[in-house]
Design a protein around this ligand. Structure first.
Ligand code: SAM
Length: 264
């Protein structure tokens, strides 16, 4: 690690406070027989601790200049596989083929510049993750956990809450990192819901959610004017909303029902 040049473009803020990885591991409650995916092991601050509790760790690191450090720190753990590549470009189903496990977790101090693309990739690749425990910047954490009718509630909140029960576990001060970022962070737990609301046409659901929030200040009549507003009004009135309501007021079920009625 000596003389390592931190790369801002890769979101490299490494944990220097050694108590934080331990706290993350204990809050993750990783059960026996679990494969853990880590995105961005960096200098292995978290990876070593993960290797001690997980059956298998598959870690993706984009920065090949960390190869030597990572092999050096992790060579005694036979249950760690390192993949030096861009996580966003990988075929996850292919990468996980050949591993036997009961549970699949993602535990990571994420590169913040791609927090949402990473989560969308995990969802889109249908790899059935049981739990995601991630460090994100505080304001992003607020957005993911936002309740309807609050300023932070948006399309990403709806998508994530559709699949996961999201909780804030604890905050991490900016002084715990090197280099020190300009923001504080938070550890979130996203636990896959046991039952998810049935959606008839998933791409329509995604589109409706995105369109509903397209212009945040506009009401739902304006944002969804290209769809059948009579049917939409029918759904809204069931939930005591109207076409003059705004998307930020609606819980996930409303978007599900709107997309389902429009796919009939
Ligand atoms: N886990 C380490 C820690 O907690 O100290 C490092 C976390 S640092 C915030 C994010 C890490 O993600 C960096 O090591 C960075 O090189 C890596 N990274 C950035 N973009 C990536 C990508 N697209 N795929 C895989 N790793 C990436």
């Amino acid at each position: 690690m000596k003389d390592f040049q931190f790369k801002k473009k890769f979101g490299q803020n490494f944990l220097k406070d050694e108590t934080i990885p331990t706290k993350i591991i204990s809050a993750s409650k990783i059960p026996a027989d679990t494969l853990v995916i880590e995105i961005g092991p960096g200098a292995a601050a978290l990876t070593q601790k993960l290797a001690e509790v997980a059956t298998q760790v598959v870690a993706y690191e984009i920065d090949s200049s960390l190869e030597e450090t990572l092999y050096e720190k992790l060579h005694s753990y036979s249950n760690v596989s390192l993949i030096f590549d861009d996580f966003l470009k990988r075929d996850l189903n292919c990468d996980l083929e050949g591993y036997q496990y009961q549970h699949l977790y993602v535990v990571a101090n994420l590169p913040y510049y791609i927090t949402t693309p990473i989560l969308m990739k995990l969802i889109d690749s249908h790899i059935l993750v049981d739990k995601i425990v991630i460090m994100v910047q505080e304001e992003v954490g607020d957005r993911f956990c936002a309740r309807p009718a609050t300023r932070d509630y948006g399309s990403i909140t709806v998508f994530l809450n559709y699949y996961f029960k999201i909780r804030k576990l604890f905050s991490v001060n900016r002084n715990c990192f090197i280099p020190r970022p300009n923001v504080d962070s938070v550890i979130l737990s996203l636990e896959r819901r046991e039952s998810i609301l049935p959606v008839k046409n998933f791409s329509l659901f995604s589109q409706i959610v995105r369109d509903s929030f397209q212009y945040k200040r506009k009401n739902i009549r304006n944002n969804l004017k290209k769809y059948d507003l009579i049917k939409i009004e029918e759904v809204l009135s069931k939930f005591s909303f109207s076409l003059t309501s705004r998307a930020e007021e609606f819980p996930v079920e409303v978007f599900v029902e709107i997309s389902n009625i429009l796919s009939e």
